[in-house]
Design a protein around this ligand. Structure first.
Ligand SMILES: Cc1cc2nc3c(=O)[nH]c(=O)nc-3n(C[C@H](O)[C@H](O)[C@H](O)COP(=O)(O)OP(=O)(O)OC[C@H]3O[C@@H](n4cnc5c(N)ncnc54)[C@H](O)[C@@H]3O)c2cc1C
Length: 400
């Protein structure tokens, strides 16, 4: 049996390895070398899976069906099988990396497994058309036609590539609808006038995204102040919701209670390295108690980073207003750093794919895996975990 895999990224390489024991596999890759994006993941460390609770946004049900109850265990078994040494104990929030802490080890292990399986690579071959006739396929790539019994489409998303369009036309051309793309997991540009002193500050916060004053989404975790706006896990998680509201007045409200070691006002799920907060949060009571012990000029000494105290205490307001500033520190969002998006929300609608096999319900013999589908997960390894496991499922089931 001849299998064509289009795209040699995380899902395509996993699919190629999985199919290679029982078929002749060829990978068509647009770039000169496969797996370029893998090398950029996790700041070069490749956060390749997550052992914790599953966190997917769009396509959550589909992702859960693909991963099943034992996705992380099966993925570890796959990595063991190709000789990749993966950390046995997860880091904070369930993040798992290769034991070498180098993304290059992941790509090397995948490529070596492909080589052992006799997988053929055709680099610099962007596929632009798939034809299905009489149960067989033809794929045009770089001006040449390639025949196959089955095709696995693994073209990923344009996130992080500098491109805009992606290769979705390969599947929409065969009747698979597409959900519009929105950049996700990216920094947000904010009005930073008068906040320049905060550049470089990292704070734990509970963040609420509001559109025209109405709360839209919330996230908890680290917030990082930059030149042009905010990043950090909590902000990245909210970025797709901001991007989806282009005409609205979008703001971020930072509840800095976790910085004061008190639980955030709204008590929504807050991810932090801490076991517990001192109390279920009353910033005003905390400040009043400090004022009864300390002179006014030392109210924030030892409580807040000095630069933050300088901003919060501007005009020396009373305790009530200070508490408000600390629990509703509001910034106006002026843009979305789509160029720095780690993933795209949207993509090929999962409704026409079987999550057990990744086969199209419309075109038998055609499979899709990875981020090209409308599945996006949280920071922490969820996107690569979906890409690898959906690729493995496609590769295995197409040779059954
Ligand atoms: C900077 C950055 C950091 C990230 N860090 C993490 C992380 O630590 N953990 C995590 O879980 N996720 C991370 N992600 C997301 C993760 O990299 C992707 O979700 C994942 O790579 C998707 O795998 P994929 O196989 O679907 O697509 P990709 O890995 O993008 O692979 C797609 C491949 O298809 C090729 N291709 C595209 N179109 C064609 C065509 N027409 N013909 C032939 N070939 C084609 C591409 O060149 C590419 O090689 C990060 C993303 C970025 C941008």
């Amino acid at each position: 049996m001849d299998i064509l895999v289009i795209g040699g990224g995380a899902s395509g390489l996993a699919a190629a390895v999985s199919a290679s024991s029982a078929a002749r596999v060829t990978v068509l890759e647009k770039e000169e070398r496969p797996g370029k994006k893998i090398l950029a993941t996790g700041n070069g460390r490749c956060n390749l899976m997550n052992d914790g609770e599953l966190k997917y946004f769009h396509g959550e049900e589909f992702a859960k069906a693909v991963l099943g109850s034992d996705g992380p265990r099966r993925l570890r078994a796959f990595f063991d099988g190709i000789g990749l040494n993966v950390m046995s104990r997860a880091e904070e929030d369930g993040r798992v990396y290769p034991a070498t802490h180098q993304a290059a080890s992941v790509l090397d292990a995948l490529r070596a497994a492909c080589a052992r399986g006799g997988v053929r690579f055709i680099p610099s071959s962007p596929a632009d058309s798939i034809e299905s006739r009489g149960g067989a396929f033809r794929v045009r790539a770089g001006g040449e036609w390639h025949g196959a019994d089955k095709v696995i489409v693994c073209c990923g998303s344009p996130a992080g590539t500098g491109e805009r369009k992606g290769s979705y036309g390969l599947l929409t051309g065969l009747g698979h609808p597409m959900i519009p793309l929105v950049p996700a997991l990216c920094p947000l540009e904010c009005d930073m006038r008068s906040l320049g002193a905060l550049k470089g500050l990292r704070l734990p916060a509970a963040v609420t995204l509001k559109a025209d004053g109405e709360p839209v989404a919330q996230a908890g975790g680290e917030v990082l102040f930059g030149d042009r706006g905010l990043s950090g896990i909590a902000v990245m998680q909210l970025s797709a919701d901001a991007a989806a509201r282009p005409g609205a007045h979008v703001t971020l409200s930072l509840d800095l209670s976790p910085l004061l070691d008190i639980a955030p006002r709204d008590h929504f799920h807050f991810i932090s390295g801490r076991d517990a907060f001192r109390s279920p949060g009353d910033a005003e009571a905390l400040l009043a108690a400090r004022l009864s012990l300390l002179p006014r000029e030392d109210l924030f000494t030892g409580l807040l980073p000095r630069v933050l105290a300088g901003v919060v205490d501007r005009g020396r307001p009373g305790v009530k207003e200070l508490a408000r500033r600390l629990t509703d520190f509001t910034l106006t969002v002026t843009g979305v750093r789509a160029d720095a998006a780690q993933v795209m929300r949207g993509g090929i609608d999962t409704a026409l794919f079987d999550p057990r096999t990744m086969e199209s319900r419309r075109v038998p013999g055609l499979y899709c895996a990875g981020e090209m589908l409308d599945v996006d997960g949280d920071c922490g390894g969820f996107n690569l975990m979906f890409a690898f496991l959906s690729g493995i499922a496609a590769g295995k089931s197409c040779v059954l």
